[in-house]
Write a protein that binds this ligand. Sequence first.
Ligand code: PLP
Length: 391
Amino acid sequence: MQWQEKAAPQIVAVKPSGIRKFFDLASTMENVISLGVGEPDFSAPPAVIRACVASLEAGNTSYTGNAGLPELRQEIAALFAASYGVEYDPQTEIIVTCGVSEAIDMVLRTILCPGDEVLIPDPAYVAYPAEVQMAGGVPVAVPTYARDDFRLTAAALEEKVTAKTKALLIGFPNNPTGAVMTREDLLEIAEFAAKHDLIVISDEIYCELTYSGEHTCFASLPGMRERTIVLNGFSKAHAMTGLRIGYTCAPKELTQIMFKVHQYAILCANVTGQYGALAALRECDADVAAMKAEYDARRQVIYRAFQDMGLAVFEPKGAFYIFPDITSTGLDDETFAERLLTEEHVAVVPGSAFGEQGRGHIRCSYATGMDDLKEALRRIAAFVERARAAR
Ligand code: PLP
C-alpha cells in the first residue's frame, strides 16, 4: 500500500516534532541530564493524589458527563470570576478536555475551513502550526524578536493579516521563550483582533507561572470575551501532565458547536483526573506557590549562568523555559544540541523546532532539580568554551 499517497495530505505534510528526535536519542544514553522536556519534575500535590485514589476507591470508574464534572466546571467558573472578573456559565460555556492538547485540536477543528489562515507568533509551541495544518488551515508565522523581549506586536500582525485570516493563536507566558505580555501589550493585540474581526485562541496554560507582574487573561480585555476561547489546564502549575485535564472557556454559542467535536471524538476527559483537578483547585494553592518559588529560584540561577557564559539571553518572565542565543559559539542550533548531547550528555531542544525565529537558539527547561540543573549548566559552560576555542 502506498500510504504516503493514501493518507490525508494535510496529515502527511506535517513535519514530525523536532523535540522527539532528541528524546529518542537521549533515552539510549547513560548519565544524561535532560533540560529538554516541558514537564514539571514534581509529582502532583498530595491532595490531588489523595483525591484520585479516593475517587477510584469509591468506585468512580465510569464516564462523566461529556462536558466534565459539574462541580469541576463550577470551580473553574469561580476561578475566572475571582481572578479576572470574567463570568462563564459552567453549564454552557466550559468544556473539560483531555489536556490543553485536546482543547487546541477541538477549537481548530471547530472553527477552520480549508485554507483559513491562523496567525501564530514565531517561535511557538510545536503543536500550534501542526494542529492548524491537520485541521485543514494554514499556519502563518508572525515573527517575535529577542530585542522586543519576544513580545507579539500589532505591527508584526498587520504585516501578516490577509482576507483569509480567521484566527490568532497565542500562548503567553510563552513556550519556548518564557516571554509574557503585559496588559498594555495585549490591549494592542485586542484592538488588532477587533479591527480584523478575528477569533482569538489564548492558551494560558502557564498563567500561574508568571514571575513578574500579574497575568492578564485575554478574555478580560474590553470586548474580547465574545471573540476569545481561553485554553487552560492542570499539567504545568499543578504538575499533573499524566492526568490529562484541561478545559476551554468560550461563548455559549461556540461552546455548543465545539461540544460536538469533543462529544463524538473523546466522549469525556478521564474521571480520575477530573477528581484530581477538583482537589487542585480547592486545596492546592500553597503547593502551586511552593513549586513556583522553586522554579523562580532556578530561573535566576540559569539566567545568570547563561549570562556568565557570555551568551545573549533574554530573561524569561514566565513558564519554565529559557531560550539563549548560541550563535556566538559558531554552531547552528541543531549541531549545538546534538553535540551537547553526545559530548556532555545534556539534552536541550534546538530552537528551530519552534519556528524560523528560534534558529540560533536552544530551549532549556528549568523544570529540573537544582542539583541536576547546576551540573547541566557546568557541562554546557565547558561545551560552549570548547566550541568557541575551536572557531
Ligand atoms: N500548551 C503549551 C503552550 C504547552 O507548552 C503544552 C505542553 O508542553 C501544552 C499546551 C499541552 O498541555 P496539556 O498537557 O494540557 O495537553
